[in-house]
Each structure stands twice: as C-alpha cells, then as structure tokens.
Design a protein around this ligand. Sequence first.
Ligand SMILES: Nc1ncnc2c1ncn2[C@@H]1O[C@H](COP(=O)(O)OP(=O)(O)OP(=O)(O)O)[C@@H](O)[C@H]1O
Ligand SMILES: [Mg+2]
Length: 417
Amino acid sequence: MSTSSKLTEPIIRVTDVSKVFGRQKEQALKLREAGESKYEVEQATKTTVAIYNAHFEVKKGETFVLIGLSGSGKSTLLRCLNGLVEPTEGTVYLENTDISHMPKRQLQEVRRNKIGMVFQNVGLLPNRTVIDNITFGLEIQGVSANEREKRGKKALEMVGLNGQAYKRIYELSGGMQQRVGLARALASEQEILLMDEPFSALDPLIRRDMQKLFLDIQGEVQKTVIFVTHDLDEALTLGHRAAVMKDGEIVQLGTAEDILSQPATGYVKLLVQDVNYGKIRLAKDAVVPVETAAYEYESPQVVLRRMRTNHLSTIFVLDSADRLLGLISIYTVMELIEAHKHDLKGKEMTQPHCVNPDMSLQEMIPLFTDSHSPVVIVDNHHRLQGMISPNTLIANLTERTAVTEQQEVKSYQMEVR
Ligand SMILES: Nc1ncnc2c1ncn2[C@@H]1O[C@H](COP(=O)(O)OP(=O)(O)OP(=O)(O)O)[C@@H](O)[C@H]1O
Ligand SMILES: [Mg+2]
C-alpha cells in the first residue's frame, strides 16, 4: 500500500450512513444503537441492519478499499456511493452534493458522467468485438465513433491487448476477458470507479497479474477507486487506505501499516493473520545496517585488521562517496598485502544482488535462491543502505512484526565467500 501526500481533497464523504433492509427500520436501528448485535436485531425484528453508522471520506485519486467477510456490508455500502442503494439514515456527498436522496433521473446522470462500476463477472457482451465492448459506455454517452476508437485502443494498449480489438469476446480466454473488463472501466469518462470484487473469480496467478496491471494503470490514470475485496493481501497491495467492515460497521480505517501493526479489534487480528507479509513488507522494512565496511582507498593491512577484529571473511568495499563497489574476501586482501599494494583499487570484487529499498520481500526471494551472496539494499546513487540475510528474510515472511537482527548479519557475513 502506498501513500501519497497529494491525496488530500475529499471527493466522496459518507456521513453516519446506515442502511436497513426490511420493515421495522426504526425499531432495528434502535436495538442496534442499544448495543444489540446485527444477528440479535435480525432475530428480533426480521430486519437487517446492513450498514450501521458508516463514516469516512475518499480523497481524489485515492484507491480506497472496503474489506470484510461475506455479509459484512461491503457491497451495500459501495452501492450507497452511486445511489443504487438509498441510505436509511445519513448522507453521501459527491463533491459536496448530496447524492443519497437524489431523484432517479439526476442519479442516472451522475452514474453516467461521474461514477462507473465494475462487477465481479465482467458483464461483457459476448458477440460484440473487444473494442465495442470497451467503448460501450462511451457509445451510450454519444461519443463519436472516431473518438471511441481512439480511446478504446489506448485502453487496450494499457491492458496489454493491442491487436485484439476486433476479436469477439468469446474468442478470448477468461483472463483476457477480465482485462477487457478492466480496459472498459478505465476507458470510461467517469473519474470515480466502484469495483466490487472484480478479481475474486480469477485463479491466483491471473489475479496477481490483474492486480499488477491495476496498479500500473491506476498510476497513469489516477482515478478515484473504491475497491471491495475480502482478501486483506489484495486490500493492502492495491489500496492507499482501507476500511475494515464487520456486521455493517467500519471497525478500522487506516493504512496498511496501521492495520497490520495495530489491528483495532480481534476481528481485524483474525484477518491480519492470513496476510502474506512478503507482498506488503519491503526491503527497507527488513534491512539491517552494515556496521563494518572498507573504503577502496584504505590500505589492505588496515582492512585485514578490521576484518579480523570483526570476524569477517568478506567485507563491503565503498568508494569515497559511499557507493558500493562490491565484496572482497579476506584471501584477496591478503594477496594485496603480499603484492605490496597500498589500497584496494582495481581488484575484482564479487557483485552481490542489489535492490532498491522499495522492492517487496516477495520479489526478492529468487535472488536468494540463485546466489550465496547477501542481497544488498542501495539507494538511487548506489550508496549502501544495508543488507538482508536469508534468516532475516524468512523471519520477515512469517513474523507479525518486522525483524532486523544485527546478530544475524554478522553470522551471515562470516559465511559469505
Ligand atoms: N437487497 C437486500 N435485501 C435484504 N437484505 C440484503 C440485501 N442486500 C444485502 N442484504 C443483507 O445485508 C447484509 C450485507 O450484505 P452485502 O451484500 O453488502 O455484504 P458483502 O459484504 O458484500 O458480502 P459478500 O462478501 O458476500 O459479497 C447481509 O446481511 C445481506 O444479507
Ligand atoms: Mg458483496
């Protein structure tokens, strides 16, 4: 989950929204207010409080996630945002206009021009061409054929399907169809997009592709997206912020870090238990500083002494601007001494894998499997920030709190050849 300081302007405001399905609406809300659970209220009144007292804002350009178990009220709350569901209490503002009690006609205008929606089964028209599906919404809006073609093709390119424009939907694989669905949503005029579990039906590999694609495209188009999922991994990967829902209530609202590090309730803790930390935790979260390094201008004797004092069999070598040049072994240092060299310059060094601080631990795993070197974190100027050992990596893929243990690095550096 990334955060951006640009995201400040609220575009949607939800104030104290409740939604009750059934006859005894007031009675149900009273019982809920008195502390009865959703289930108890249902038993007593045969009425469902699907949303209770929801309160939040979505900022312009933000990907805001609604997450929770089945029946927690995600879809109902999402549908309040475009007027498909009218709240029993409370108000939804779209850029300061109350849309929760708007006449139908006007609402249709809002949906056409401002808020689009993507459903779980993409709802493509099988006998139409790919491009006609993508530009269907534009067609309804009366956008010219030329313009539709132009925008349709751009959207197709974004989802990596150029060349498929004139195929029929039934000629595409499931994953490709999903991409078309995404392209259609992104080609639309509306600056706000509601997505109700758009990737849930996909198998895990395609799902991951789609999430990646979503992030790429969202980085470019920067729509305001409200995204429903019951998968916390997905929520934390895609969303700037997430609202965790339980029994119609928002039980926690915050960034990934907030939710992972301080789960507000036992329910959130349960959700958090299943998280794949590898995707969310980044290199910079697990990095361990390197305490002992050598400069290329230093004399081999000095370096040898430092390595012996610190029990190191290899040492990182830096240039005078702290840029990493590589790793050098104790044997090489001894060779330099024998050859009467005054510094470490010009000697060939081992090149460890270098990654930037924002790489996810998940992406780093292959780097550990094909090399005995540690993985090194460097900044944009190739300055050494620290390293990650296999032990730290494993600890961080499994532990709830990030682990960075100095001790591990020392023992690992001794093993590195
Ligand atoms: N049209 C309706 N009429 C009556 N009850 C409804 C209606 N729509 C939803 N509900 C009830 O409201 C509650 C919230 O449902 P909702 O569909 O919003 O949950 P959800 O979080 O989207 O679940 P899922 O993950 O299964 O899609 C549930 O108890 C559901 O039974
Ligand atoms: Mg739902």
